[in-house]
Ligand binder design. Structure first.
Ligand code: CAA
Length: 258
């Protein structure tokens, strides 16, 4: 499939999706968001894909929503179109794991897009920020909610109210990213993590993703019950028998996603 604003490659059962608008530091315009939602949906349905890596360029993961495209829009325009609403719901609904591999700027909608992914691996040069306040608006793709859950109220308020950027070390310290790697190693590290996930039983991968995400949507007791029932349910799979037998027989498991 040919895209104008992204590049999709499939390698070793991992879909690598690169945001590709270098002239605008991968700013999220409507075409990019539409193409990205389409490519992720295709990857989710493609049996040859077992994990997804989303990245940008070395200079920018994405510098936010496209300010040129938005600047002249009225309230009625953005409200009627529900700007970003439809596509972002599609991206939030992807069931396969998505790793954000962030190098350079992840600002505004770029930071929010990275946070929608299941985890973030950052290059040493990564910079995260929610600078919408400088434009007379606020975050619009979940930044006030997700960043607060990741880093707590004080840091989230600081970022949203002052518009300051956070470097990779601070992002790791604050729990926004899972690991920081040398900039040149970002894609190999993210692909290796994705391949590791691809080796697992995809039934338990999906169950783990659903259960962790539940932590953001429900009470502790309900979340723990959801987890325990799904843990129980996985005993109905062939992969549970295989995984435990392989451990006891001191060999690698051969999962069949059944
Ligand atoms: N939208 C449109 N174009 C953008 C852009 C954006 N968000 N960010 C950068 N660009 C464009 C610049 O206009 C410039 O284009 P021209 O060469 O045609 O002038 C090109 O990308 C390169 O950018 P700079 O020259 O500014 O590069 P720099 O290295 O000097 O600065 C930067 C980099 C600090 C990231 C700076 O570009 C910047 O501050 N960008 C805007 C960041 C921002 O405010 N993001 C929030 C957007 S609103 C949002 O995201 C709302 C939401 O939550 C949904």
């Amino acid at each position: 499939m040919a895209y104008e604003t992204i590049i999709v490659e499939i390698e070793d059962e991992v879909a690598l999706i690169r945001l590709n608008r270098p002239e605008a530091l991968n700013a999220l315009n409507s075409a990019l968001v539409r193409e990205l939602a389409g490519a992720l949906t295709d990857a989710d349905r493609n049996d040859k894909v077992r994990a997804i890596v989303l990245t940008g360029s070395e200079k920018a993961f994405a510098a936010g929503a496209d300010i040129k495209e938005m600047s002249q829009k009225s309230f009625v325009d953005v409200y009627s179109q529900d700007m970003f609403g439809t596509e972002i719901k599609v991206i939030e609904g992807i069931r396969k794991p998505i790793i954000a591999a962030v190098s350079g700027y992840a600002l505004g909608g770029g930071c929010e897009l990275a946070m929608i992914c299941d985890f973030i691996i950052a290059a040493e040069n990564a910079k995260f920020g929610q600078p919408e306040i400088n434009l007379g608006v606020i975050a619009g793709i979940g930044g006030t909610q997700r960043l607060t859950r990741f880093v707590g109220k004080s840091k989230a308020m600081d970022m949203h109210l002052t518009g300051r950027f956070m470097d990779a070390a601070e992002a790791e310290r604050s729990g926004l990213v899972s690991r920081v790697v040398p900039t040149a190693k970002l894609i190999p590290e993210a692909m290796a993590a994705a391949r590791k996930i691809a080796e697992k039983s995809q039934v338990s991968v999906k169950a783990a993703k659903e259960a962790v995400n539940r932590a953001y949507e429900t009470t502790m007791a309900e979340g723990i019950l959801f987890e325990r029932r799904n843990f129980h349910a996985l005993f109905s799979t062939e992969d549970q028998k295989e995984g435990m037998a392989a451990f006891l027989e001191k060999r690698e498991p051969q999962f069949r996603d059944r």
